[in-house]
Design a protein around this ligand. Structure first.
Ligand code: WQD
Length: 344
């Protein structure tokens, strides 16, 4: 069965493509390479031993999306495509509303049009959401019934797209919708052939630490050590990208098996501080990661980690890889590809 991955050449999408092939599915990557690299397709082929079909284009092009859906007739669609830099979304909210919300509307309209051409169709859609929809949680661990809010336009787009999906499902009960709220995806494929490749200065902790360890950056700025946490630095639920990819496969299987729609947290269910991650990375890489304490970053929360119990019960899935695994796999990718997918 074919599964269409919008944004499938991206960090989470490409790792999900590998997991889908290993589970016997046929992923089709749809991407415009606005925030990903064509080399990913070659690396995918190296890992899975077969070419993954590519549809190159923009999800905002609804007629083109309809054509892709008609030609491939995928059993399901996973919607990864979108912009995801919190800081950029504050500076350029219209780009995020247009690309993220507009892209999701375009995809859902194309799916609805094509589904109408098949009697009794049950369009199946998995959406890449984020723990950012929980805003600043009143407590941890976080369960799916926690109140949602947004603290930046990026998080706002995730919340709006969730609400659009819920409204669509209410109007079209035949649709099968899986909303997956990612916590902090980190790590790289164990082969070292694929990994996170942020453009410019990384916003996120793990890729920044990796670039310090490999010598690309002088030191890490730790954004605050006066939080109400064990060592004063921010605590997050880091989840290995391959565990996250396995969560997508479990979600697809459950939806295609006829399950009702669901929203689940995809997290490891434990928190680690910035300094714990730095220490783990030094152990994994054998390199020092110099750091300086810097002022808090606007919008950061002290602690955020998941209660992944619902995903475990519904999907029979849980994260299995440790923080040491995440650091070791990141280091293998970073040290083997110091410039990511761009040629050295
Ligand atoms: C983690 C911790 C920082 C960088 C964001 C998005 C979220 C999701 C994941 C897309 C925090 C600290 C970081 C640095 C630091 N993205 N830090 N120095 O902010 O939890 O989540 O990325 O879906 O939606 O909000 O992740 O990796 O940026 O920060 O001290 O140079 O590391 O303060 O405590 P975050 P992060």
């Amino acid at each position: 069965m074919k599964i269409l991955l919008t944004g499938g050449a991206g960090y989470i999408g490409s790792h999900t493509a590998v997991a889908l092939v290993e589970a016997g599915f046929e992923p089709v990557v749809l991407d415009n390479f606005a925030n990903s690299h064509p080399l990913v397709l070659e690396r995918l082929a190296d890992i899975v031993g077969q070419q993954i079909p590519l549809e190159r284009g923009n999800v905002l092009d609804t007629p083109w999306l309809e054509d892709v859906l008609r030609r491939h007739q995928p059993a399901g669609v996973v919607h990864f495509a979108g912009d995801k830099a919190v800081g950029e979304s504050v500076a350029n909210p219209l780009k995020y509303f247009h690309n993220n919300i507009g892209g999701a509307v375009s995809l859902m309209r194309a799916m609805e049009t094509v589904a109408a051409e098949t009697p009794d169709a049950s369009p199946t859609l998995v959406f890449s959401s984020s723990a950012t929809v929980y805003g600043d949680p009143a407590s941890v661990p976080i369960t799916e019934d926690f109140p949602r809010s947004h603290t930046n336009p990026y998080g706002h787009t995730k919340l709006v797209i969730e609400d659009m999906l819920y409204a669509l499902h209410a109007a079209r009960p035949a649709w099968r919708v899986g909303v997956l709220r990612y916590f902090n995806p980190v790590g790289a494929h164990v082969s070292g052939l694929m990994g996170e490749d942020p453009a410019g200065i990384p916003n996120n902790l793990m890729p920044y630490v990796a670039q310090v360890a490999v010598g690309q950056r002088d030191h890490l700025n730790v954004f605050g050590n006066d939080y109400p946490t064990p060592d004063g630095t921010g605590v997050r639920d880091y989840i290995h990208v391959q565990d996250l990819a396995d969560g997508h496969v479990a979600a697809i299987k459950r939806l295609l098996g006829g399950s009702t729609s669901f929203t689940v947290n995809l997290g490891a269910g434990r928190g680690h501080s910035v300094l714990e991650l730095v220490s783990a990375f030094e152990r994994a890489s054998g390199r020092k990661v110099p750091y300086r304490i810097a002022p808090r970053r606007a919008g950061d929360v002290a602690q955020c980690w998941a209660d992944p119990g619902l995903a475990q019960r519904l999907l029979g899935w849980r994260a299995t890889r440790s923080l040491d695994d995440m650091c070791a796999d990141t280091w293998r990718w970073q040290s083997g590809n110091p410039n990511g997918y761009r040629s050295s």
